[in-house]
Design a binder for this molecule. Sequence first.
Ligand code: KIV
Ligand code: NA
Length: 264
Amino acid sequence: AGRIRIHHLQQAKDNGEHFAMLTAYEQYTAEIFDQAGIEVLLVGDSASNNVFGNETSLPVTVDELLPLTRAVSRAAKRALVVADLPFGSYEVSPGQAVATGVRFLKEGLAHAVKIEGSAYYADTVKAMVQAGIPVMAHIGFTPQSEHSLGGYRVQGRGDDAQRLVEDALALQDAGAFSVLMEMVPAETAAAVDAAVRVPTVGIGAGKNTTGQVLVWQDMAGLRGGKMAKFVKQYADLRTTLTDAAAAFGGDVRSGQFPGPEHSF
Ligand code: KIV
Ligand code: NA
């Protein structure tokens, strides 16, 4: 099968089908998720807190994300690779966003980029799409704005639902090929999905989106600590790796490793 392209995601929406998206930040997970049939890989700015050890997504830089993006793009043979533009790399002007987006396609070998923001960013999306950079728009809870939004809070409740519908329509009309919604009530996400022609992607947005995305370390149980309500854990890699490391350490201390079969 050939490369997944944005028109395949549109086909999924048109046919009432779903696609899956996972974050990936390096070679092996990208290769594994690609071979497992995941349609879209996201080099998220969540690398900030899932790779680089920061508390939030805000500190991560373009220079940090570019090599991760390149690694994922080289490893993924089929998946569409989307790269997040990090905080501060696109807000200043459409020109800044185009310049950063170009770097992610040229140096990062990404196929598309994602930016966070409301209808205010319609002109930015338009400029990027004109430059040949496919854009996924991220609305609802937008982690780069967590200090403005007052922390991790569900967005688009009650009367606020209409605002999200308007944002999604403006971003679609500006040329965004997809709209991602994070932490919005399922009803609101369904209303947005019904209003727009383009495929939607949800994380904590209920079942009525075309795509679903999770951070892979949450999905596979690598990260410790409390998981958000929207996470489903499909593996317990933290326990698997802890047990493997402890067994290796034990074997080394007891002289069990290396055995004759590992020796020259
Ligand atoms: O950075 C990220 O991981 C994301 C999603 C989970 C949507 O933006
Ligand atoms: Na992100």
